[in-house]
Design a binder for this molecule. Structure first.
Ligand code: NAG
Ligand code: NAG
Ligand code: NAG
Length: 425
């Protein structure tokens, strides 16, 4: 890292810290999402036009459903389904695709851009029964049978618990509900970590998932770049600060946060350059594919909340360079794992075909780490998006996402119904 990069990084980091405190001081209460019908009547013009998942989907004339499941450890999750489309109505026996969001995100991320852009709509148009998960702690899953959502105990989880309790419960529910034997598992970012943790920890899910498609895979962080490098350098400091302030929850979806992001990032804003610079520093540099209109809409739905422990877990993996279980400290490790060092996730247990798609401009899930990870997977292949600088954010909101990514994802899914041979996917 050159000196300028360090300075730019530091400035961004300080801005980022200001943003964090601003979000907290503005409006700590998670946002009340609204159904489309209510918003279109124009209640309360002061608020951002934030819809919930069902509203976001129904406004385009597609059917949408919300489902609920309670996990074995008591978390109540609300997750979503697009069972059909105007051209392919809901019907029995459709093949199921399950889409898992990444860190601080929710099912909303996959339906903000609309038909012919978002993967969820494209799959519904192609005749799939599309389900979208929501892990504990995000806007839709902030409830527990016993623990209040403002208690520290509620937030004692990382991507491990989301995989082993939440995603397993949602997939079991979906299989029961649809009478299907398997689902296709598609994930972005931390959703890919979750899938690999699930399949390696509960190997019986190799029978319940037919193929895994990882978009921007996070396994280990051996070669962090830009923002990730900065996070690694300041990780301990951030951890200590969060712990001292007893912050167990990070970045809930709030009105204040949405307003600040909208004010900073929208076209015509004086600060838009800061916004895009920060995003490029985190996610990668690809001005060609950055759609600022879509971004501003999307930033009303992201971030949607997560736990500090999730960040800590990733930080630990970044330091160790390995995909390992949460490090609770010596004593509790001995108690939880029977050893003082946390065990690795056993990736050998994964035997479903896994296609790993990486972006050559992605500074979060880098090319090097993707190719490194693939060596530890038995039945997997890696390919890049055919665009020079495809970034982490591009996997969600690139201008030409359909042509660059989603058409290929659909092709893999269609092929996976004919063959399980990884080389033919
Ligand atoms: C794409 O990435 C390359 C190499 O990383 C860089 O030199 C180039 O300027 C980038 N192009 C655009 C349009 O961002
Ligand atoms: C962003 O703010 C502008 C101006 O205040 C407002 O008109 C617009 O609806 C907001 N957009 C979103 C997506 O919230
Ligand atoms: C990982 O799983 C494989 C079988 O799936 C097993 O043979 C191997 O012993 C396991 N490795 C560890 C370290 O547990």
């Amino acid at each position: 890292m050159g000196a300028t990069k360090v300075i730019v990084g530091l400035v961004l980091f300080i801005l980022f810290s200001c943003f964090v405190s601003a979000v907290y001081s503005f409006d700590f209460e998670p946002i009340a999402v609204k159904r489309y019908q209510k918003v279109s009547r124009g209640f309360d013009t002061k608020e951002l036009p934030v819809l919930d998942f069902v509203g976001l989907v129904k406004r385009h004339g597609y059917p949408a459903e919300e489902h609920k499941v309670t996990t074995p450890d008591g978390y109540r999750l609300r997750f979503h389904r697009i069972p059909g489309s105007p051209s392919k109505p809901k019907a029995r026996g459709k093949p199921v695709v399950y889409i898992q969001h990444g860190i601080l995100a929710s099912s909303d991320m996959f339906v903000v851009a609309g038909p012919n852009k978002d993967l969820a709509f494209i799959l519904a148009d192609a005749g799939y029964d599309v389900w979208l998960g929501n892990g504990r702690g995000n806007t839709y899953s902030r409830s527990h049978v016993r623990l209040p959502s403002d208690s520290p105990e509620f937030w004692r989880f990382s991507f491990h618990e989301i995989a082993v309790y939440d995603v397993s419960s949602m997939i079991n529910y979906i299989l029961r509900k649809t009478n299907q034997r398997t689902v296709v598992y598609v994930a972005h970012s931390m959703g890919t970590t979750i899938g690999m943790v699930l399949l390696s920890t509960l190997p019986e899910f190799n029978e319940k998932i037919s193929v895994v498609i990882n978009m921007a895979t996070i396994g280990n962080w051996k070669n962090p770049r830009n923002f990730m490098k900065l996070l690694r350098a300041f990780g301990l400091y951030i951890q200590v600060t969060l712990a001292a302030a007893r912050i167990v929850e990070v970045f809930p979806q709030t009105l204040g946060g949405g307003q600040i992001l909208n004010g900073t990032c929208r076209d015509g804003s004086l600060f838009q350059r800061f916004c895009t610079a920060a995003i490029q520093f985190v996610s990668g540099y690809d001005p060609d594919q950055l759609d600022t209109d879509l971004l501003v809409n999307g930033l009303a739905y992201f971030p949607a909340g997560g736990s500090t422990q999730t960040l800590t877990h990733f930080y630990q993996n970044m330091i160790s360079g390995r995909l390992q279980m949460y490090d609770h400290g010596l004593v509790k490790n001995l108690f939880s794992y029977g050893r003082i060092v946390p065990p690795l996730y056993n990736l050998t247990n994964i035997n479903v075909p896994l296609v790993l798609i990486y972006g050559k401009g992605d500074t979060v899930a880098t090319t090097e780490d993707s190719l490194d990870l693939i060596r530890n997977l038995r039945n997997a292949k890696a390919e890049s998006v055919p665009h020079r600088n495809f970034t982490h954010l591009d996997f969600i909101w690139a201008k030409d996402i359909k042509h660059l990514l989603h058409d290929r994802v659909l092709e893999i899914i269609q092929r996976s119904q004919l063959t399980t041979r990884i080389e033919n996917l």
